[in-house]
Design a protein around this ligand. Structure first.
Ligand code: SF4
Length: 337
């Protein structure tokens, strides 16, 4: 099925792809909750990394059913592609959620069983990707399976060893110890899907839907503690803004002052220590200003803000070919050969 959906890209040129997508993403259709303009820290990062990638992800791959166009469908499939290392991060987030939910529900966790769950979940994902099947209700396409010519960034045995290692680091981490130290009722949120809040007074849009999904949110009756599990580098600047957005979310949702909202990064790639993002957690006003500036830059490239329509020609490809090598959309940019 995957090969069928991508096969169109072997028969057309880049210019034909751009024309097909442009027609689709400039069509004025009343936006709904899925297609209205929204914002998130990860959206900002993608916008900064590569304008074309941002366009393909947020515009080229949307309204895929209505488009009834094999080019849009191919771009949607490319959007589902995940590098193995990101998949390993998903596995660790999955078992971390199970462990935190068990504490909330006052159930014992068998650590060996949790490690077995992690390795099984990880391997099932690899198999689903090879077969072109869904795993746990989601399509999974590993980057390494789609672009076999690039070779594996990490082989199966090393990937499995990393899953075991990261799960052990999670179990011994400061953050997991802190969660277990608090009463079960303190666990208020564990990786809630599609969670968002509304920001008002944003220039050009007024109300803005901002997506913010903390891995764990704890409330001990006085303060809020937000924990973000990191299985890769914890040093990127975007992590600071993500922490600022979490704090803003908690401030608006739980009506607590900013000094009572703490965000920490559980650095699982290293020793499992809880750290602050580089540069500290931004104050609420700084985060609001940052979001506003990011939104203006994104809107400035749209064809029509009210309809949230975009032309592919306003979103150029990056010149950084090293970034393209790691990008799942490279087949839609003819940068895969
Ligand atoms: S392949 Fe390169 S130019 Fe194309 S979307 Fe990815 S990063 Fe951008």
């Amino acid at each position: 099925m995957r090969a069928d959906n991508l096969e169109i890209l072997d028969r057309i040129t880049l210019s034909e792809l751009e024309q097909a997508l442009d027609t689709h993403t400039r069509e004025k259709v009343e936006p709904d909750k899925w297609t209205a303009f929204s914002w998130s820290a990860s959206r900002h990062k993608m916008f900064e990394d590569c304008k074309r990638r941002y366009y393909l992800n947020y515009y080229g791959a949307r309204r895929v059913r209505e488009a009834k166009n094999p080019v849009t469908s191919a771009v949607w499939w490319l959007k589902q592609v995940t590098p193995v290392r990101t998949w390993i991060g998903t596995v660790i987030h999955h078992v971390a959620s199970l462990a935190v939910q068990a504490h909330r529900d006052e159930k014992e966790i068998d650590e060996k069983e949790l490690i077995d769950t992690a390795t099984r979940y990880h391997w099932e994902g690899w198999l689903a990707s090879k077969r072109g099947a869904k795993h746990d209700g989601q399509w999974i396409i590993l980057f390494e399976h789609l672009y076999p010519g690039d070779g594996l960034s990490i082989d199966r045995d090393a990937a499995e060893a990393l899953v075991v290692d990261l799960t052990r680091t999670f179990l011994a981490s400061d953050a997991y110890g802190f969660i277990k130290y608090l009463p079960p009722g303190a666990v208020r949120e564990v990786d809630p899907p599609f969670q968002s809040f509304e920001l008002t007074g944003v220039p050009a849009v007024g109300k803005l839907r901002v997506y913010a999904i903390p891995d764990v949110l704890l409330h001990d009756g006085q303060d809020i503690y937000i924990i973000d599990w990191k299985t890769g580098s914890a040093a990127h600047e975007s992590i600071r803004w993500q922490a600022g957005v979490y704090r803003l979310y908690a401030h608006q949702t739980y009506l607590l002052p900013e000094q009572s909202i703490h965000v920490s990064i559980a650095d699982l790639e290293n020793t499992g220590e809880s750290i602050e993002p580089t540069g500290g957690i931004p104050p609420l006003d700084e985060t609001r200003t940052f979001i506003s500036a990011s939104v203006q830059a994104m809107l400035g490239r749209l064809d029509d803000v009210a309809y949230n329509t975009a032309s592919i020609h306003s979103f150029p490809m990056t010149d950084d070919l090293a970034m393209c090598r790691q990008c799942s959309f490279k087949r839609a940019c003819w940068r895969h050969e």
